[in-house]
Design a protein around this ligand. Sequence first.
Ligand SMILES: C[S@@+](CC[C@H](N)C(=O)[O-])C[C@H]1O[C@@H](n2cnc3c(N)ncnc32)[C@H](O)[C@@H]1O
Length: 270
Amino acid sequence: MTDTRLVRRLFDDLAFEYDQHLPFFATYGRELVAWCGLRKGQKVLDLAAGRGAITGPAARAVGAQGEVLAVDNAPNMLRALVADLGDLPQVSTRVMDVHALDLPDASFDVVTCGFTLHFLDDPARVLAEAHRVLRPGGLLAFSGPATGRAQAPAGEDDGWAFYGRLMAETGQRTSRCNPFTPPSRPLPELCAEAGFTGVEEHDARTWFAFRDPQHHWDWNMSHGFRGFVESLEPELAEEFKTRMFEGLARLHAAGGIVVQSTVAFTKVWK
Ligand SMILES: C[S@@+](CC[C@H](N)C(=O)[O-])C[C@H]1O[C@@H](n2cnc3c(N)ncnc32)[C@H](O)[C@@H]1O
């Protein structure tokens, strides 16, 4: 079970570094907003908005006649968002747990949620809340890890096989819990149960190049992955870091550290 308080502390601690080493979340936020086809004047709720990867592009898409409310339970994330987007008067923020939205029924045209639904403590409850605050016909769009993502064919190593092995082995050796727990059932199934219809899915693909192993490590420590490393016993965390740097150094020497990433976008309607 995901520990909401621990996750809030984690994101509060890393907020001012989040997405600053490399614009990973900003890139996918922009793409998700483009895929949603937002219109001028619409009213958008960005759940677990972080420092505004979706909020910013959504605010520009709905224009000054529209509204975007960014909610998050980590106050520092919203402080960083305001520092970045404070010049957009259509943006407002509220510290709120997305499991219990203190917002009226049927009050938004669009609800978005980037990279969060898949690890929340009770995604079914959050989906029920998203459904409640959407007007009839309104859109919910969210992003998360792609499960059927393309992998190097069996037997071929593109240089990243070490990472899969390291993660699996470390996960087996730790007696502590990863603070992020995946949903027990597929999110589209939970969406249908919450009353949503008409699932549309899209795999968004891009790649990111890192200057060197330290750049990759700093990026990993600036988002939720840090929660996994911090959850490990200290000796195991040190060993994990050493082996990560060894694998990254091999990739760097072989031509460069490039992450090919695939992210799942989902749209459903009330
Ligand atoms: C991986 S970040 C995603 C942020 C942003 N949506 C993006 O695409 O960059 C996850 C965010 O979810 C927030 N969060 C996690 N659990 C939450 C909860 N129960 N209620 C509100 N926000 C939550 C965190 O504080 C963090 O800002």
